[in-house]
Design a protein around this ligand. Structure first.
Ligand code: SAM
Length: 212
């Protein structure tokens, strides 16, 4: 995703520490306490500009949402979008998902969303793909036994790679959808990338997977 320097980013971070949590390691095992309820926690990795997490937070007020995003100039846009909704069930973390098990305790998360993750098509970058086995190991640790991974992408190569990796890791596929938008789904909240690619006529792939 294109990143531009945002002169207002540092101020936004300073003024919105209730939303974009500064000390990301402090709440491991205590995220529900921070939300002030015992609702399930859904985690989006690579939140981007926040359209999905803001839409989901409005649609599901009884779910706590945490979004992780690597790029500072992008997470502040997500923060600004969430703020406009007035929803209090979202927290955002400016951090690399590679340290997930430092952020969350075992079984703390109910659902993981991987939306239009960077495909990293070159073989030498495979370790950066969010469905590489080192990430799957972390997902297995933080995900509740009843939890699931929900992946959406426009990228056929990344989709196939992820399905193979899920199955090699022993995940069970609950859904494999090769054209998500071919049928009306009022529950589907579109991401920025999803809107962009589906407008160009590209099919959107989705799968749901559970650890067995
Ligand atoms: N999910 C959004 C959407 O569907 O519109 C954004 C998709 S964009 C292609 C991928 C996003 O994931 C980028 O904003 C990137 O900075 C973020 N990202 C990539 N690798 C990450 C990682 N290891 N940890 C956290 N965020 C990551």
């Amino acid at each position: 995703m294109r990143q531009r320097h945002k002169p207002w980013a540092n101020n936004f971070l300073k003024e919105n520490t209730h939303l974009i949590i500064p000390d990301v390691l402090k709440n491991k095992g205590k995220w529900q306490e921070l939300f002030g309820n015992d609702n399930p926690i859904h985690l989006e990795i690579g939140t981007g500009k926040g359209q999905f997490i803001a839409g989901m937070a409005e649609q599901y007020p009884d779910v706590n949402f945490i979004g992780i995003e690597l790029a500072k100039s992008i997470i502040v846009m997500a923060g600004s979008k969430v703020k406009k909704t007035g929803c209090n069930n979202v927290r955002l973390l400016h951090v690399n998902a590679a340290v997930l098990t430092d952020l969350f305790a075992e079984n703390e998360i109910s659902t993981i969303y991987l939306n239009f993750s960077d495909p990293w098509p070159k073989k030498r970058h495979a370790k950066r793909r969010l469905t590489f086995h080192t990430f799957l190991e972390q997902y297995q640790h933080i995900l509740h036994p009843d939890g699931e991974i929900v992946l959406k992408t426009d990228n056929q190569g990344f989709f196939e790679y992820s399905l193979v990796n899920f199955s090699q890791f022993g995940l069970e596929l609950k859904e494999v959808n090769l054209d998500l938008h071919s049928a009306e789904d009022p529950e589907n909240v579109m991401t920025e990338y999803e809107e962009k690619f589906s407008a160009k006529g590209q099919p959107i792939y989705r799968c749901r997977a559970v650890f067995t």
